[in-house]
Write a protein that binds this ligand. Structure first.
Ligand SMILES: NC(=O)c1ccc[n+]([C@@H]2O[C@H](COP(=O)([O-])OP(=O)(O)OC[C@H]3O[C@@H](n4cnc5c(N)ncnc54)[C@H](OP(=O)(O)O)[C@@H]3O)[C@@H](O)[C@H]2O)c1
Length: 232
């Protein structure tokens, strides 16, 4: 059974649903689509347990991820996560999933690509056979994420909302270029120790402030926050 959800913010507190809190349509940011990042972390900040994020979640977290996917026109994911989490085609008809890679090491024989849903986001230098998959080229030797998002409608016309799903390396790149408009963060009520990655990895230091728009808690002590980028 799905654990009951309670809204803590905005006030007044009371019963709610993931759809009510997270389901509003997002508007594009000037010059590019709205970018929402959906992640789950343990209380002590880990995003990976036993090699994937699956062990951290619960049914409400799953519903949050699916709700955000259904709202988005395009999903964007780093090559490490696409490989490690076994990405396949999305459930929303016609939705595309862009895999970000510098090396071009992407398995074009996977279901994600043979289904036609997958496309690659890569720099000009990446050895991708463009005849086997749609490829968005942005940057010379490494992906220019700003340019990629500004031109993503060359692959998917009319994109308004991009759902980013990590992993930590891609998140750090998006943050460095101030491309994250919204963070939907599930906090899983466990500490896992170890030295696994946190929400961002391999990035330069930044100080990007966010404000809380919605905060939910469920009967299993999972917390769901919708954080909006507070730009000066
Ligand atoms: N808890 C969660 O919500 C959550 C969500 C997602 C992932 N994860 C976990 O995170 C782990 C993977 O971490 P990760 O940091 O390796 O993930 P990642 O960011 O998905 O993958 C890293 C790889 O993606 C490509 N990449 C990332 N950012 C790029 C950029 N700005 N430009 C060009 N290419 C870029 C590069 O691929 P190339 O090497 O091909 O150039 C890079 O080596 C997995 O264990 C996964 O389960 C957890």
């Amino acid at each position: 059974m799905t654990p009951a959800l309670r809204r803590l913010l905005p006030l007044p507190a009371g019963p709610t649903t993931i759809a009510e809190a997270f389901g509003a349509e997002r508007r594009p940011t000037p010059g590019r689509p709205w970018v929402g990042l959906t992640m789950i972390a343990s209380l002590d900040g880990a995003v990976v347990v036993d090699g994937s994020s699956g062990g951290l979640g619960n049914p409400n977290d799953r519903e949050l991820l699916l709700t955000m996917r259904d709202l988005a026109d395009v999903i964007v994911v780093g090559a490490g996560t696409a490989r490690g989490e076994g990405y396949g085609p999305p459930r929303k008809p016609g939705q595309r999933i862009g895999v970000v890679t510098n090396s071009g090491k992407v398995d074009l024989t996977s279901r994600l690509f043979t289904s036609g849903a997958g496309f690659v986001i890569a720099p000009a230098s990446a050895p991708i056979d463009d005849t086997r998959c749609d490829t968005l080229r942005a940057g010379t030797d490494k992906v220019d994420l700003r340019l990629a998002l500004a031109t993503i409608d060359a692959i998917v016309p009319g994109v308004r909302h991009v759902q980013a799903e990590g992993g930590p390396t891609l998140n750090a790149g998006l943050l460095a270029d101030d491309l994250i408009d919204e963070l939907d963060l599930t906090v899983s009520p466990r500490m896992v120790a170890g030295d696994g990655p946190r929400l961002t990895s391999h990035g330069a230091h930044v100080d990007a402030r966010f404000t809380i728009a919605d905060l939910l808690v469920d009967d299993e002590s999972f917390m769901f926050g919708r954080w909006l980028r507070a730009r000066p």
